[in-house]
Design a protein. Sequence first.
Length: 143
Amino acid sequence: MARIKLTLPSNFSFSTLIPIRITDLNYGNHVGNDAILSILHEARVQYLKSFDLAELKFAGVGLIMSDVGIEFKAEAFYGDVLKAYVTANEFSKIGFNLYYKLVRGEAEEVVALAKTGMLCFNYDNRKIVPLPEQAIKKLSSEP
């Protein structure tokens, strides 16, 4: 069976700490796959905020996720604090990719690797729109 295999950038421009909540656990008593996606969302929001951007205020447009790929590498449990690394690259005329690495502990054991495809979107017209140059400049710099 084919597996998703992500190739991550060698450097990440941002990191944040995200504690595991009791509601992130599933019946296996570890963080569920749906919770990992929520953690990625939180990391993305904090990453954008570090550039004074937001998903609905992205240099004059909005953002919508077009795809996601996640490689699960290790379990995480209640009480763990994940460090989420995030960076943007592969800019196109209408979007870009965000890459994530979720790690835990001082040894930075990898819990998950992920990529989300982000498209610029006009929520009033429900249409894809061009990626603003201002956003590319911000995301290409350090927060």
